[in-house]
Ligand binder design. Sequence first.
Ligand code: GAR
Length: 205
Amino acid sequence: MVEPRKTRIAVLVSGGGTNLQALIDAQGKVITDGEIVLVIANNSKAYALERAANAGIDSAVVLKKELGSQEAFENAIIAKLEEYEIDFMILAGFMTILSERFTSRYEERIINVHPSMIPKFCGEGFYGLKVHEAVLAAGEKMTGATVHFVNEIPDGGAIIMQKEVAVEPGDTPETLQRRVMEQAEWIILPEAAQRLSEKFRKERA
Ligand code: GAR
């Protein structure tokens, strides 16, 4: 029997793209049943676009400001996902909220990495460094990261994987962010990507 093709993944980004890099580096190692075939950015200056180009991965820039509305913005994303026959997508530092119309179209086909132990420090307003600032302000001893499915509730979809990370004395939001990335995000995101890649590949067999 011919093996079904690898699962086709799109990664949606807004900024530096260190999680995208972790996914690229995991291809052929942790991620054996999927391949990243498209990177979509909502910011033309995102360094993640350079990471995609360096890895020979196609990318697209979709700007809400230019497109005029959330609906037009999401339609432009949908058109790209269809053009590249994407099976599932990964939000890796994608700093915009997607509508219910979009998330329900791709039920259990969108995953996100969030830099805290959901249900702590999540939901609207908790993104990037703000999460780590809040963790430090609350005097937490432990934090971590979560990979979860995306639904209409910000950071509210079912949890796929979590990993805890210690807060150290003297941490700044920046040092804590880096430790959470190194010890949690860059590990669990590729593992979750492989889990889904394997599931979709098996479904095609
Ligand atoms: C990551 O820490 C990611 O978990 C966080 O933004 C950073 C993006 O970094 N995402 C959120 O806060 C989403 N709510 P990266 O561009 O270097 O991957």
